[in-house]
Design a protein around this ligand. Structure first.
Ligand SMILES: [Zn+2]
Ligand SMILES: [Zn+2]
Length: 239
């Protein structure tokens, strides 16, 4: 809790309420709750959120696509993409959109405005929440006492999204299907694994590698083509 002092014997120069900032406010910032550098940094982070969201959503779409193909004959299909559950959680209904919406609703309530209108899916809602928050951030830093906790929450959210989008360092390897690289008349077929701290998938047997989102798509398409061919051969043999 932060109180701008009113009594002389308690006098201390007012400071920014953002956790971790505590910068003394300038004379021309008197009466504000949060300092201008915090406002500028928050505005910049907010502006980056829609792009980060789209990036994570693309990854999530590929993971969802992979996971729906589980089961089937032999159960050999495994998602070629490291299943980062944090990504799915952030782009889902309780993720980024809900966290931005909670801040927007609190601001609206304080301003005496109606609650936020229905913004649609998280994909549709995130840019709209961001627009609202950017437009009203100057008011919040100026007049909204709890703004410090929202600035901290937006900083945390931005940090989580940036870390996931750029491939956070985490230990562990996950199986990502069999290597579809052509070898001789057939295929390599070694078990591929991906480290969850890297986007790079490399076959230890034949050296084939896939690194970008586009290459993951290529990898999955190749794995599916190999699997389809295998099934066709099985059916042929059974006939
Ligand atoms: Zn500050
Ligand atoms: Zn291989």
């Amino acid at each position: 809790m932060h109180d701008h002092p009113t009594q002389l014997d308690e006098y201390a120069w007012p400071t920014c309420v953002t956790p971790g900032c505590g910068r003394q406010l300038w004379v021309n910032e008197t009466g504000r709750w949060s300092c201008r550098p915090c406002q500028d940094a928050t505005s910049k982070r907010l502006a980056e959120l829609p792009g980060l969201f789209r990036q994570l959503d693309t990854t999530a779409a590929l993971m969802r696509g992979a996971s729906t193909q589980g089961g089937g004959m032999g159960g050999t299909k495994t998602p070629p993409i490291p299943p980062r559950l944090e990504v799915l959680a952030l782009v889902g209904p309780g993720g980024v959109a809900a966290r931005l919406s909670a801040i927007e609703d609190a601001w609206r309530q304080t301003l005496g405005w109606t609650v936020a209108p229905w913004r649609g899916s998280p994909q549709q809602a995130v840019p709209k929440h961001v627009d609202f928050l950017i437009n009203n951030l100057p008011w919040a830093c100026d007049r909204y006492e709890p703004v410090g906790q929202d600035i901290a929450e937006l900083r945390k959210l931005h940090g989580e999204m940036t870390a996931l989008a750029s491939g956070e360092k985490r230990p562990g390897r996950v199986p990502t299907g069999l290597c579809p690289a052509p070898v001789g008349d057939g295929y390599c077929g070694s078990q591929l694994t991906a480290s969850t701290n890297s986007h790079r998938i490399r076959c230890k047997t034949c050296g084939a590698a896939w690194e970008t989102l586009g290459e993951w798509r290529t990898l999955r398409a190749a794995q599916e083509a190999v699997e389809d061919e295998r099934r066709a051969r099985e059916l042929e043999a059974a006939a």
